[in-house]
Design a protein. Structure first.
Length: 135
């Protein structure tokens, strides 16, 4: 305390886990939520290692926000493969904020949601799309 006397707090302690404890007791749903929450950080870490110039334009918070937002969009449109999700995150950092709302990208996302291959679809986007979506 301020007067120098010892302050003691006898709070309720959480019991120690059993000796053979090897994992948190969380449901599959909670674990999936934790993975989703951490994914943007993991993607940004990989990008920082491989393409740090992508992160130089915006603040770390803005980069995280853009990537997290696009990963949510990737979930909606069934972009599940890790390389495709990372590529889609790169687009979030390179292109204008609402590039997913452009008609060409909206159509692509609907096709992917219906089962088309993301990589194949991206590879045939017309040059006009890339010019329109530039930041």
């Amino acid at each position: 305390s301020r007067d120098g006397s010892l302050v003691k707090w006898d709070g309720g302690a959480t019991p120690l886990p059993p000796r053979n404890f090897d994992k948190l007791p969380v449901s599959d749903e909670i674990f999936a939520d934790l993975v989703d929450i951490c994914e943007a950080d993991a993607v940004l870490t990989r990008l920082n290692d491989s393409q740090p110039d992508l992160l130089a334009t915006d603040s770390p918070a803005e980069c995280h926000s853009r990537v997290a937002r696009n990963l949510g969009i990737a979930n909606v449109y069934h972009i599940w493969a890790a390389p495709d999700r990372e590529h889609f995150s790169v687009l979030a950092l390179m292109l204008m904020d609402d590039f997913t709302e452009l008609p060409t990208m909206s159509a692509l996302l609907r096709r992917v949601q219906q089962g088309a291959n993301y990589g194949n679809e991206i590879s045939v986007l017309p040059d006009e799309f890339w010019h329109e979506a530039e930041r």
